[in-house]
Design a protein around this ligand. Structure first.
Ligand SMILES: NC(=O)c1ccc[n+]([C@@H]2O[C@H](COP(=O)([O-])OP(=O)(O)OC[C@H]3O[C@@H](n4cnc5c(N)ncnc54)[C@H](O)[C@@H]3O)[C@@H](O)[C@H]2O)c1
Length: 295
């Protein structure tokens, strides 16, 4: 079990999904957490659940730098300092294609997913310097490395978040601040429903449906859960990860190892498909070949 005893962490997007799992995992590991989000009811419920001596909540829209600055200050005010910042808040952003070019949507998405990471890290640095170091974790996505998982603007922002993590790791190493990115795969959260514009309650219900429906999408044989990502974030926050900085950590149940036919033997694969040969016919042909070689 990772040990975060004595550490104070700020987690953004902490009211739901991956961030909410983060609050749970970090508190279990001994950390005190300042949770930031725009969903105030769910944030207040976190404080009730874990206790005000372990969790504080602040309304924080990460697109507003002043609110991010106040969130970092809250860690100092509530718990005496700041050791860990997990920049995690996000949504799907604009679904605009290149041909459609929704520039307002582009600006909104970049502000939410990228500028917030720059600004959040900026405001965390003085607090971490005062503690003699720290750990910044940024939630990127497998959409940073493959097409087909998310809209283009979101994916570009997440790629930039991963690269920011590497460059900031270099810049901030003089302060003993480590910076790493996590690239989650398909995780059963409300983000998919929320990105479709569903009310939050329905989006939350959709997260449960995704957990069932997505089980066969990756070699792991189950859909990812927020806790899968939170465990990686907790490790990267800990002193056990003291040698790890500038890294990009894919946590995806293997979904990016290759297309489904590469790990699911029941699927024929694109070459057989193109030739119109079923997996059964391919097996018969192979059997006939083996028989021919043996005679
Ligand atoms: N779920 C996945 O499959 C997946 C995959 C890769 C990356 N991610 C990333 O993980 C992070 C967390 O998403 P999730 O899947 O837990 O979704 P989620 O919708 O369950 O949680 C996201 C949280 O961010 C908050 N948020 C949105 N806009 C905000 C803003 N302007 N200011 C502050 N908080 C805001 C929401 O209120 C919500 O509580 C996001 O950055 C997302 O892009 C998710």
């Amino acid at each position: 079990m990772v040990d975060l005893t004595g550490k104070v962490a700020v987690i953004t997007g902490a009211a739901s999904g991956i961030g909410a799992a983060g609050v749970e995992v970090f508190v279990e590991a001994g950390a005190k957490v300042v949770a930031g989000d725009v969903q105030d009811d769910k944030g207040a419920a976190l404080v009730t659940r874990f206790g005000a001596d372990k969790v504080a909540f602040r309304h924080c829209d990460v697109t507003d730098p002043d609110q991010l600055k106040a969130l970092m200050q809250a860690a100092a005010d509530e718990f005496g300092g700041l050791d860990v910042l997990w920049n995690n808040a996000g949504s799907g952003g604009t679904s605009s294609t290149v041909e459609e070019l929704d520039l307002d949507g582009y600006d909104f998405t970049m502000d939410l997913l990228l500028k917030s990471v720059f600004a959040g890290t900026h405001f965390a640095v003085p607090h971490m310097v005062a503690r003699g170091g720290g750990s910044v974790i940024n939630t990127s996505s497998i959409s940073a490395i493959c097409a087909g998982y998310a809209p283009i603007t979101y994916s570009v922002a997440k790629k930039a978040v991963a690269h920011f993590s590497k460059l900031a790791a270099a810049e901030l190493s003089k302060h003993k601040i480590r910076v790493n990115a996590i690239l989650p795969g398909f995780i059963a959260t409300s983000i998919f429903g929320a990105s479709l514009g569903l009310p939050r309650e329905q989006a939350d219900q959709m997260a449960e449906m995704i957990a069932q429906a997505g089980a066969t999408m990756q070699p792991a044989g189950r859909t990812g859960q927020g806790e899968d990502i939170a465990q990686m974030a907790a490790f990267l926050s800990s002193d056990q990860a003291g040698f790890i900085t500038g890294g990009e950590f894919v946590v995806d149940g293997g979904i990016t190892v290759g297309p489904p036919h590469s790990w699911n033997e029941e699927l024929g694969g694109p070459i057989l498909d193109a030739l119109g040969i079923t997996p059964e016919q391919a097996e018969q042909m192979a059997e006939a070949m083996r028989g021919g070689q043996g005679s």
